[in-house]
Design a protein around this ligand. Sequence first.
Ligand SMILES: [Zn+2]
Length: 304
Amino acid sequence: MYTNVKYILDDAVKNHYGVIASAAVNVELLRGEIAAADEMQAPLIILLGQGQMSKHGNADVMVPMIKTLAGETNVPVALILDHGRDWEYIVHAFRSGFSSIMIDASAYPTEENIARTKRVVDLCHLQGVPVEGEIGHVGQAVDMDGCKEEWYTRPEEALSFIKATNVDCLAIACGTAHGKYPKDFVPKLRFDIIEKVRAVTDIPLALHGGSGSGDDNIRRAVEAGINKVNVCTDIFNYCRDFTLDALKKDPDYDYLQLLIDIEARAKEITKHYIGLTGSAGQAGNFTAENTFGLKLGPCTGVGE
Ligand SMILES: [Zn+2]
């Protein structure tokens, strides 16, 4: 079933588990990831980033495909715009049928972050579309940003950010970073930050940069209060490495078979991550009667 992140993550908060948010830019990744969730009866969130959409996987193509595939399984599947930074992209995603939006204004000073986030919340809530914001800043693994403690989320600031913006989900910075970490580097996570933010709010908390963070760290982050674990690089690289290996072994690999086999690898790696979060078997908490439906607000002047 196609739904939004609030419907999924509110249950994750209530029942203390995490949900994988996996990046998908084509039909093979989408089908593999949704098949993994279906087999493990786990709720799933699909990420499609502003940057990815601008280069590949345009919303006009991806949204109908995701809705169709989500409709073929009983497990709840949400789609979120990942790291929406520009108003134009955010409005485009909103109008294209994304069920959820992330606004990332975390590189701005707090006041500006609040103003930009609130503007998106005000738009999206009119149509019942939940919004994820970010306070603190999750940077890039290649720059070792995860070690920059000055970028970590301050729990008291998290609470005032939630109150000021009315976001439905909060991404926090506590030691992870986006992309691929240097070889053999495993980040040290500040679980105390997760616990402190969890203690002051009951909205869902998101951990970005899940790739390469280590299975134990992800398990412990969920235990500490994380409900959404974003994974992109590991899925992409797992499929890339398989492709490289397959073509090395057999340069005449049938192209269609290669795509089918890549889909199987996407399923494999997604199952691994689902297994770390406690979401397996949780699809039973979501009943057909509770399926996401648009809450129509007053005329918004958008989407027409
Ligand atoms: Zn992220």
